[in-house]
Write a protein that binds this ligand. Structure first.
Ligand SMILES: O=C(CO)[C@H](O)[C@H](O)COP(=O)(O)O
Length: 275
């Protein structure tokens, strides 16, 4: 069975022009165009190397954003290393949106869906802000519903981020664009009103697609996103619950008691671990 999958992988790799090679050491790779990108890559590679259990993990969630690009790249490198490919060819990768689906396919990985695989072994995903208790703001890229669906279906959720994402204390300090909230399109006016009147939100705006699109951002689930400003958030769990109660809300970008650790890449190439 393993051998058949391995042969299938070899044929697929050859067809796609991918060459078998050994898992590269990050130090041997060419420099990226900025220290920020280096930081993201360092966090992602280390998170994958330290948390991926080749013997046990089969269903792997791949999140969204610019840091996760390096997670998918690293998983693809495992697939191309003859030492690891016998295991990596068994991976089924679950995307959290259109972008991550593309990343999975581009790196030669096998694509699955959350409805085929409702139990996920491990998920790697980015974040917009992470506090000391591993509570998160996510959804800057508009994929929060599927990200929450996959991360809460996973036995382990590992955050990959750069140094800018680490909160000094309260969520809402570094990420000042507001808490992303996915809403049903016909309910957005009602949610905007309830956020201001019932939850005393400082400001809430419908996220716009301009300049790429005139009109609102439409999510992969055909919904809208509201960005709601609450300043510094002392009790993210309560705020999440309060927002969730509003009619028209699909999901909030507050990820509560969900992540088990976070890797933060630094400009000097080092990585800090929280959790
Ligand atoms: O939640 C997200 C998308 O909805 C992303 O994970 C988050 O915005 C982080 O992205 P990046 O790695 O580009 O900083």
């Amino acid at each position: 069975m393993l051998r058949t999958n391995f042969n299938k992988l070899l044929h697929t790799s050859v067809r796609r022009g991918l060459k078998m090679s050994s898992l590269p050491d990050i130090k041997s790779l060419s420099a990226l165009h900025s220290t920020l990108e280096e930081a993201k890559r360092a966090a992602a590679y280390r998170a994958v190397d330290e948390n991926l259990d080749l013997q046990r993990h089969r269903v792997i969630g791949v999140g969204s954003g610019s840091t996760v690009i390096y997670v998918a790249e690293r998983l693809g490198q495992y697939l191309l290393d003859p030492k690891f490919s016998i295991f990596a060819s068994q991976f089924v990768c679950i995307p959290t949106g259109f972008q991550s689906k593309e990343l999975i396919l581009m790196n030669g990985l096998q694509l699955g869906s959350i409805d085929q695989y409702p139990t996920v072994d491990i998920v790697f995903d980015g974040a917009d802000e992470v506090d000391a208790n591993l509570q998160l703001i996510k959804g800057g890229g508009g994929c929060l519903f599927q990200e929450k669906l996959v991360s809460t279906s996973a036995a382990k959720f590992v955050v990959v981020a750069d140094y800018r994402k680490r909160s000094p204390k309260y969520l809402g300090t570094n990420w000042v664009k507001g808490v992303p909230i996915e809403v049903v399109p016909s309910g957005y006016v009602r949610v905007l009103k309830d956020l201001k009147v019932k939850l005393k939100c400082e400001n809430a705006v419908l996220r716009q697609g301009a300049p790429a699109k005139a009109g609102p951002v439409v999510t992969d689930n055909c919904n809208f996103i509201i960005d709601a400003h609450f300043g510094e958030i002392e009790d993210p769990a309560k705020l999440h619950q309060d927002i969730k109660m509003l009619v028209g809300v699909v999901e909030t970008g507050l990820f509560i008691d969900n992540a088990s650790k976070a890797y933060f890449g630094n400009p000097d190439g080092s990585v800090d671990l929280l959790g």
